[in-house]
Design a protein around this ligand. Structure first.
Ligand code: CA
Length: 277
């Protein structure tokens, strides 16, 4: 049984130790799951919970407590995934993200932050982070996101679609019982036509075109309305609410469109969780 741990991170700028992990005893390099994860995090409690949990999932971890040393480790170790704290003693995690993205678009970056300002979240995603996790977070959820990320990665490498979705030559998105047809602008669930407004269709199509990708409210506004409307972000929430009431079996526990708290929305890419029958 996986124990879920919620904890609040304390700021501790004196805590600059660099500490490195050992390989888990029951895994060896070259194992399918021996992905190397670099964790740049100065808060030792957070780092050791992450390390322990990820190593229990057969990931190799390297933990670095400072930004400069973290960048160096990134260059030397070429990790498969970077988990990056924003508040580091010697530099801003955003600058690390920016520096890495200048030369490398491929290495996935998960940003970990106690900052709550929406601007930071949006900036993190716009800087090319693949996911943004706010503290305090559930270690179980974080590990699940890492697992899902790598499964999807493997699937795209083997050209074997993990999400089991199809996009037809007309651009129709087919995902289980849900079909989104951009030519006819029609949405069906189990072949029943869903009465959906133009904007609702646009939002659904946008999210479903990139399953698993987190869209901030600003990103949705800009993509659908083509303008930045300050203060209109909450309008997105009411559109999502209406889409859910039409699509979801239970809109209190939505299966298609997930809420990423404080960030925005994403179209579920984990079909295993669907309960449609
Ligand atoms: Ca920190």
């Amino acid at each position: 049984m996986v124990q879920e741990i919620h904890y609040t991170v304390k700021t501790n700028r004196q805590n600059n130790n660099k500490f490195k992990s050992e390989l888990p005893v029951n895994a060896k390099p070259g194992d399918h799951q021996m992905r190397k994860i670099l964790i740049i995090e100065d808060e030792q409690d957070t780092a050791s919970v992450l390390k322990k949990s990820l190593e229990a999932s057969q990931y190799q971890t390297i933990v670095i407590g400072q930004g400069e040393a973290g960048l160096k480790a990134y260059k030397e170790e070429r990790p498969d995934l970077l988990i990056l704290d924003l508040g580091l003693p010697d530099m801003d995690g955003m600058d690390i993200c920016r520096t890495i993205r200048k030369g490398d678009d491929a290495t996935p970056i998960f940003i970990l932050s106690a900052r709550t300002e929406e601007i930071d979240r949006v900036m993190g995603l716009e800087l090319g982070a693949d996911d943004y996790i706010t503290k305090p977070f559930s270690i179980r959820e974080l590990r699940a996101r890492v697992d899902v990320f790598f499964r999807r990665w493997d699937a795209s490498v083997s050209k074997n679609s993990f999400a089991r979705s199809t996009i037809t030559s007309d651009g129709e998105i087919i995902r289980g019982p849900l079909k989104i047809d951009p030519v006819r602008r029609r949405v069906t669930v189990k072949d029943q036509i869903i009465n959906i407004s133009r904007k609702e269709f646009d939002i659904l199509h946008l999210l479903a075109s990139s399953p698993g990708k987190v869209f901030s409210r600003e990103m949705i506004l800009e993509a659908i309305w083509g303008v930045e409307w300050d203060g209109f972000e909450r309008m997105i929430d009411s559109h999502i609410k209406r889409i859910r009431s039409k699509l979801e079996k239970n809109s209190v526990h939505p299966e298609w469109i997930e809420t990423i708290w404080g960030v925005g929305y994403r179209f579920n890419d984990n079909m295993d969780r669907y309960t449609f029958s």
